[in-house]
Design a protein around this ligand. Structure first.
Ligand code: SAH
Length: 274
């Protein structure tokens, strides 16, 4: 990372906006996010996200690897502190398992003078909302989101949360379901779900939503357990609640929806107890 002369003068401090790019398509980018990107003198982010933004003269790009989020956030804060107008770009929504938390983590631990920098978060459409919109209304009732990545938390924490969400009959959205370094976690999570939910429970595998290689599959839970290995890092997996159901259509993918009304206690629906 290059040396940056940080500014101690409050008046001439730059700014930092953490921008959500949405899941893929440009028309899913908010006008506010677009404006923040256009106004930036410096763009900071993971290379594939920067690649989605057309180059503009006079704008400097600081691309980096996916693994160095806190360093990238610190770099962005140093640039802003040196008077630059910085946009840190993130896929989907920047606050959902993404760069906004890394920026605040770096801010909390970093130079106290950084706390004077104007930091804004511009929301984006997160993967679970894009996947839900493509398939119907699976998030019509209560739901939760869990990252299956055990890079930043122990697997035991993940399974404890999963069991609690299953017992409470939430629709469960699984981010970061699988990667080359984490090949078995999704299979285990779905197998755990199969011990508490009926075999027909709809499971959505929504891959690369909003991109040219988008692929959507809706499988009953028993088949989803078998198909876990076919998901990849670009897939959002959604496990239906006991009330989530399909509306069949001739020759087309069914709609998936979860009604808003709930009459039974989760203890009855998910565990057969009162
Ligand atoms: N901030 C992002 C999530 C980052 S975590 C957001 O709000 O969407 C990365 C995970 O998000 C991926 O492993 C995948 O589970 C999910 N994801 C991101 N973009 C996606 C897309 N276009 N389609 C499906 N899932 C996606």
């Amino acid at each position: 990372m290059s040396e940056i002369a940080e500014n101690s003068d409050r008046q001439s401090k730059g700014s930092l906006t953490v921008v959500g790019l949405g899941p893929g398509e440009a028309h899913w980018l908010t006008p506010a996010a677009q404006a923040a990107i256009e106004a930036a003198t410096d763009l900071v982010g993971y290379d594939p996200y920067l690649a989605r933004i057309p180059a503009r003269e006079g704008q400097t790009r600081h691309g980096s690897d996916n693994r160095v989020e806190i360093e990238r956030a610190g770099h962005a804060l140093r640039l802003a502190s040196a008077g630059r107008t910085v946009a840190v770009v993130s896929g989907g929504d920047p606050g959902v398992f993404a760069m906004a938390a890394a920026v605040f983590e770096a801010l909390e631990a970093g130079n106290p003078a950084w706390r004077d920098i104007a930091i804004t978060v511009e929301p984006g459409i997160t993967a679970m909302l894009a996947a839900a919109a493509r398939t119907g209304a699976p998030l019509g009732g209560d739901f939760c989101a869990i990252s299956l990545s055990d890079n930043l938390k122990p697997w035991e924490v993940i399974t404890t949360r999963l069991k609690a969400a299953l017992a409470a009959d939430f629709v469960i959205c699984l981010y970061n379901p699988i990667s080359k370094a984490r090949p078995w976690q999704l299979g285990e999570a779905l197998a755990l779900a199969a011990t508490q939910r009926s075999p027909e429970t709809p499971v959505i595998f929504a891959r690369a939503v909003g991109r040219p290689d988008e692929a959507l599959r809706i499988l009953p839970l028993t088949e989803a357990v078998e198909a876990a290995g076919t998901a990849d890092m670009a897939t959002l997996v959604m496990i239906g609640a006991s009330t989530t159901r399909l509306i069949a259509r001739e020759g087309q993918r069914p709609y998936v929806y979860t009604p808003r009304s709930v009459t039974k206690s989760p203890c009855v629906t998910s565990q057969g107890r009162t």
